[in-house]
Unconditional design. Structure first.
Length: 414
């Protein structure tokens, strides 16, 4: 039990735990609904871009890059807005952004306007930036012993997003035929409305917004002092490496599958299995972190990503694509949840908003670049080269993590 938890007393600690569980469940439900906008955008962004472009298809994944840029650019405004109006209303604003982006993307498809389509996905990405904050909202204010589990619970909502998003694509993709995909982006509007309804039941105490939910009255350090900590840098490198590799392959996979003769529906189902694999382990990831530690689980995730690269490089049968995408999802889950838990251990409560905003801007800026490069690498050198890119990145992250673990052990022995 942490100092903050022991200071609460049994009665208050029980109340904090009950509220933390309730909020985690509500945020998991919202993740399931609002989070489905992401697989819709990612599975269709490249395909729609491919059909909207002319002979040169190298920028087909630019709409997915636009989505990731929206997430990156939306991170700081999201953090600022939630400081002003609270997380509940901030999250509602994010859901409204999802709806607006879906509408703009659909209009762009009716007009065959590639640039406007990218704008629509940028707006969806800005709404998704709020969704990315769900995991921090669940962890902040929770007793220390429940923080990793709270993150896992929220991300577990992505299992249902993995079903809702791709199934929405399959049933609405040709709703406005011959204009493909417009129906799927319009379907984001009712999903966003349902998210807002769920969020009305969210009850985050005022002290959580103010930033002292852990009874931590230590003054905020300069941002530079926090982000130059060796442990923070290690967590950032592992988080960025894990997420960027996941985005790199996930963005190119639907295009590669269609290019190998598989149907858009099979490509979408591959993304569904991938997104389910991203979030399904979340039911146990928190417990694994408590048992084995954040660093070990992060390392296991990076090793699984190397296994994904091996399967992807082995062939271009449907099972290669699907199994690689499943391993990609599981590796992301362990690596990213572990790295996120590492980040939450590096800052004080008073530093939370600034550090989380910096973290997500940097993270999703790199993810945006990886999604753009995915289309270029796939178009220029093919699927095998794309999969081989995993090795240097994953091995570098493992090396940094290993050095951190060795340093921690030496410090503990002193």
């Amino acid at each position: 039990m942490s100092v903050a938890d022991s200071a609460d007393g049994p009665g208050r600690l029980h109340a904090r735990m009950a509220l933390a569980r309730r909020n985690a469940l509500l945020l998991a439900a919202t993740q399931a609904v609002a989070g489905s906008a992401s697989p819709i955008s990612i599975s269709l962004g490249g395909l729609a871009g491919f059909y909207l472009l002319g002979a040169d298809k190298s920028l087909a994944t630019a709409p997915v890059t636009g989505f990731n840029i929206g997430v990156a650019f939306g991170a700081l405004p999201a953090a600022w807005l939630m400081r002003q109006i609270g997380r509940r209303y901030g999250f509602m604003t994010g859901a409204a952004s999802l709806a607006l982006g879906g509408l703009v993307a659909a209009i762009a498809l009716f007009r065959s306007d590639f640039i406007l389509f990218i704008v629509g996905l940028v707006i969806i990405g800005m709404g998704a930036a709020f969704t990315q904050q769900y995991r921090f909202a669940a962890a902040d204010g929770a007793p220390t012993s429940f923080k990793a589990s709270a993150i896992s619970w929220v991300l577990a909502g992505g299992v249902f997003a993995a079903i809702i998003g791709p199934q929405t694509v399959i049933y609405t993709r040709e709703f406005f035929a011959p204009v493909s995909f417009a129906g799927s982006f319009l379907a984001i509007l009712p999903l966003a409305a349902l998210s807002i309804l769920i969020l009305t039941f969210l009850k985050i105490p005022q002290d959580t917004v103010a930033g002292d939910e852990d009874h931590d009255d230590r003054p905020a350090r300069p941002l530079l002092a926090v982000i130059t900590q060796r442990r923070f840098i290690t967590a950032m490198i592992c988080g960025i490496g894990t997420y960027a590799l996941m985005s790199f392959m996930m963005t190119g996979a639907p295009l590669a599958m269609v290019g190998c003769g598989f149907s858009p529906n099979l490509a979408t189902l591959g993304i569904q299995w991938h997104v389910m694999a991203m979030f399904a382990p979340s039911f146990i990831t928190g417990r694994l972190i408590r048992r084995f530690g954040r660093d070990v689980i992060t390392g296991v995730g990076l090793l699984i990503l190397l296994g994904c690269a091996i399967v992807a490089h082995a062939g271009i049968e449907l099972w290669n694509f699907w199994l690689a995408l499943i391993l990609l999802g599981v590796g992301w889950n362990f690596g990213f949840i572990g790295a996120t838990a590492m980040v939450t251990s590096t800052y004080h409560a008073s530093e939370r908003n600034a550090v989380q905003g910096f973290h997500d801007v940097t993270l999703f800026g790199c993810v945006a670049l990886s999604s753009l490069m995915s289309g270029k690498v796939l178009n220029a050198w093919g699927w095998e080269t794309l999969s081989m890119t995993f090795w240097p990145v994953a091995l570098f992250c493992l090396s940094v993590l290993g050095l951190q673990m060795l340093s921690d052990r030496r410090a503990a022995a002193l």
